[in-house]
Design a protein around this ligand. Structure first.
Ligand code: UD1
Length: 423
């Protein structure tokens, strides 16, 4: 059923928010269970629609999935029913492409639907495909599907990515751990999720070195075993609530937040006048009465400013005491939140990859429409500081990436409720 979120702005958020496990680590970790016939046990898995989508796909492929508790899952693939990811799964979640590498590596074949919007070519997954071809897979694109065959297994080689790709790096890692010989991934993603993912694979018996650098070296092994693995906290969720504290002039303790995963982000917040203190394993973010100073930002692969926090940061800048330029260098067309923020009174214009934002004193509540996960949450943040009522429609995107968002925000004093239906 369609749902919407109603927010009445104006509350300063004060309190504590426990950060859930990282979606972007849990997704490849679930896919890694396809690499072995032993159980992979994952704890601190966030309860999200994207995780359910991946579990449905793993179930379709033949995995046994047991819920040990609300956030702990045991996954085991003894016998495959098929090595296919049909369109209906991939359409819901692009990260379904993560099953391609492990299926080809372990079973020698896979048929994975192209993600939606890519039917005219495989643009957004072309680097995944090229890498597997270099490793010896024969790949055909047919009827919207990637058909990959590597009857004699994959062979290690040098894969040099022309641009940094997070899931591309993870897919090649999963292909390389069971390939014969050595694979070097050059210009590999260095995101904390990729580093942690290498730790999981190594725990399963893989031989990966270079984690956290731009060159990953993988020595293939014949088989992998199971592992127990704890999903680290979600730095994007943490950054989102940090902005909620900053923008409302409140004070939130982000419980279980790894400061070092977000150094550039917290440095930027400090420049805007927000206080970000490490406190044991937590980070306390507060602003008080100070104005928000403008600060320009360019998104970049890790360790740069995360693209997944760009939309939320635009909300902070929309009420700054000056003008700021926010430049999106990773994704084209990731400014879908801008027209909606403008409807709430923000002064923003988009010039190519850059949004120019001139701060206003107040945003005004309005009915708005969410178009993707991070755009959706940016509209929630805008609603928290807007005068009057904001209704965010089509909030299913939020449930893809934020566990119990409205409970977490209302526990800090936000006036936010989920409502049935859509205007
Ligand atoms: C991952 C994250 C997503 C984040 C993004 C960038 C997951 C599940 N999702 O997405 O939240 O926003 O990293 O940090 O971890 N590209 C190609 N061809 C390819 C692959 C990528 O052209 O084969 C391009 C993309 O269009 C984009 C850029 O490379 O412009 C980076 O994308 P990528 O890092 O691959 O994003 P995802 O891994 O899909």
């Amino acid at each position: 059923m369609l749902q919407r979120m109603r927010i009445v702005g104006g509350a300063r958020l004060e309190g504590e928010i426990a950060i859930s496990g990282a979606k972007n680590l849990a997704l490849p970790a679930l896919a890694a269970a396809l690499l072995t016939d032993a159980p992979v046990i994952l704890s601190n898995v966030p309860r999200l629609c994207d995780i359910n989508s991946m579990l449905c796909l793993l179930d379709f492929i033949g995995c046994d999935i047991a819920h040990r508790d609300a956030h702990t899952l045991e996954i085991m693939l003894k016998d495959t029913k098929c090595t296919e990811a049909p369109y209906d799964f991939v359409r819901k979640m692009r990260a379904s492409i993560l099953v391609l590498g492990p299926l080809v590596a372990r079973f020698g074949h896979a048929k994975v639907s192209l993600p939606g919007g890519c039917a005219i070519g495989a643009r957004d997954v072309d680097l995944h495909i090229k890498a597997l071809e270099l490793m010896g897979a024969k790949i055909e694109l047919d009827g919207g599907y990637i058909n990959a065959i590597a009857a004699k297994g994959l062979c290690g080689c040098d894969i040099s990515f022309p641009i940094v790709t997070v899931t591309g790096t993870e897919n090649v890692l999963m292909a390389a751990v069971l390939a014969s010989g050595q694979t070097r991934i050059i210009n590999a993603a260095m995101e904390p999720e990729v580093v942690a993912f290498c730790d999981l694979l190594n725990r399963m018996g893989a031989k990966i070195s270079g984690q956290g650098t731009s060159v990953l070296v993988v020595d293939g092994v014949k088989t992998l075993g199971g592992a127990e693995f704890d999903i680290s906290p979600d730095r994007i969720e943490a950054g989102t609530y940090a902005i909620a504290a900053a923008v409302t002039g409140g004070r939130i303790r982000l419980k279980n937040c790894r400061y070092d995963d977000l150094t550039v982000f917290f440095d930027t917040l400090r420049e805007t006048g927000v206080c970000c203190e490490r406190n044991r394993g937590d980070v306390i973010v507060s602003r008080g009465e100070h104005d928000i100073r403008p600060c320009d930002v360019n998104t970049a692969p890790y360790p740069g400013f995360p693209t997944d926090l760009q939309a939320q940061y635009c909300v902070l800048m929309s009420v700054c005491s000056g003008a700021a330029a926010v430049t999106e260098t990773i994704f084209e067309n990731r400014f879908m939140h801008i027209p909606e923020l403008a409807r709430m009174g923000a002064t923003i214009s988009v010039h190519g990859k850059t949004a120019l934002i001139t701060g206003v004193k107040k945003l005004i509540g309005a009915p708005v429409m969410a178009t993707d996960l991070r755009a959706s949450v940016s509209l929630i943040l805008a609603g928290l500081i807007a005068d009057g009522e904001t209704i965010v429609n089509r909030i299913y995107h939020l449930d893809r990436g934020y566990e119990t968002l409205e409970q977490k925000l209302s526990s800090c004093g936000a006036n936010i409720q989920r409502m049935a239906g859509q205007r």
